[in-house]
Design a protein around this ligand. Structure first.
Ligand code: UT7
Length: 327
């Protein structure tokens, strides 16, 4: 039976750093409120970088780390809800930038903060079915373009960035993706959403007038749902692979709020050294958060061969997902 394994990682974030003190200059907020409620100290915001620019930087690193060239890639999947254009997809732009062979399929998946794990799950299914062998999987979001910079309840939470992996066919059953689970509950979409430009209907001129196109979130409600759902998703991945939380070498969770991450870690009985947190430097980068954190622990030498990595996400949709990987 064919399996899939991650053979290269990469990440790319915009140059501009926006600190909590910078936000204090134009918002009724404070470093103290943001740090204690979320764990965020600063985030990156894109001035000149587009979604495909960030994706390209992350993808080039991942392909190089895998010891491959763009010619080896036979599928590109990008998780994003902030593409540069409605169409073509970010994946098609990326195909041109990298020089990946024409005719290789390239498409985006939309699952907000779960976008990377939904894309990784899709890539895994392509590999297991025999339809692809080397898949470039990217998670990228530029929330600085879809938050209302006058709304302190949301804009302080997000940052921009991209991460990428190359997922490859493997015949060694004991390594690679041990379990991958994706879920959605559309009845809960009102907890977290962004209407965007499509809220406006030119044939019904008053339809978009009062519509706020920006990210809107019921923070407290989303927080409670996130802790419960993320803990359950972690258990689902572990049970499917016949493992326990003590077997986890590193939990790499979506970085939405440090308090959510520590509450989940406590429920699972994980120690600080078993959990990856980088929200202090990047904020919530949506689909970028898990692959950026993964690249950081891999390049930082925190991951050894045989380690068990647990990825878990939660976001708009609502969507949630978990992936268990033996490195
Ligand atoms: O990635 C997708 C999933 N996202 C999440 O899971 C995020 C989940 N939610 C959260 O992380 C938290 O709910 C927030 C960080 C968004 C908010 O934290 P909270 O402890 O739930 O605060 P709150 O919304 O209950 O607001 C408490 C107070 C309010 O003032 P009053 O009404 O008590 O006077 C807010 O107006 O804090 C006020 N507030 C702020 N004050 C300073 C809200 N935002 C800010 C701000 N600066 N930026």
């Amino acid at each position: 039976m064919t399996h899939s394994k991650i053979i290269g990682t990469g990440a790319s974030v915009p140059e501009k750093v926006l600190t909590n003190s910078d936000l204090e200059e134009f918002l009724d907020t404070s470093d103290e409120w943001i740090s204690t409620r979320t764990g965020i100290k600063e985030r990156r915001v894109s001035v000149n970088e587009s979604a495909v620019d960030l994706s390209e930087g992350a993808a080039n690193e991942a392909i190089k780390a895998a010891g491959l060239t763009p010619d080896d890639i036979d599928l590109i999947i990008v998780g994003t809800v902030t593409p540069d254009m409605s169409f073509p997809s970010t994946a098609c732009f990326l195909q041109e930038r990298l020089g990946v062979r024409p005719s290789v399929p390239a498409f985006d998946v939309s699952a907000a903060c779960s976008g990377f794990l939904f894309a990784l799950d899709t890539a895994d299914k392509y590999i297991v079915s025999g339809a692809a062998e080397k898949v470039l999987v990217v998670g990228v979001d530029i929330f600085s373009r879809i938050v209302d910079w006058k709304d302190r309840a949301t804009c302080v939470l997000f940052g921009d960035g991209a991460g990428a992996v190359v997922l490859s066919k493997s015949s060694d059953k004991g390594e690679g993706l041990l379990s991958s689970n994706i879920h959605s509950d559309g009845s809960l979409w009102r907890s977290l959403f962004a209407p965007g430009a499509t809220a406006y209907n030119p044939f019904k001129p008053d339809s978009g007038e009062d519509t706020n196109p920006y990210v809107q979130m019921h923070g407290g409600e989303t927080f409670k749902l996130a802790v419960k759902t993320i803990a359950a998703a972690c258990n689902e991945a572990l049970m499917a692979a016949g493992l326990k939380s003590e077997d986890v070498s590193i939990l790499i969770p979506h970085q939405a709020n440090e308090r959510i991450i520590t509450a989940v870690a406590k429920r699972l009985g994980l120690t600080d050294s078993q959990v990856c947190i980088n929200i202090d430097r990047y904020g919530n980068t949506s689909a970028g958060s898990i692959p950026i954190a993964l690249d950081e622990v891999v390049r930082g030498g925190r991951v050894k061969s045989g380690d068990i990595l647990l990825f878990v996400s939660f976001g708009g949709g609502l969507t949630w997902a978990s992936t268990l990987v033996k490195w």
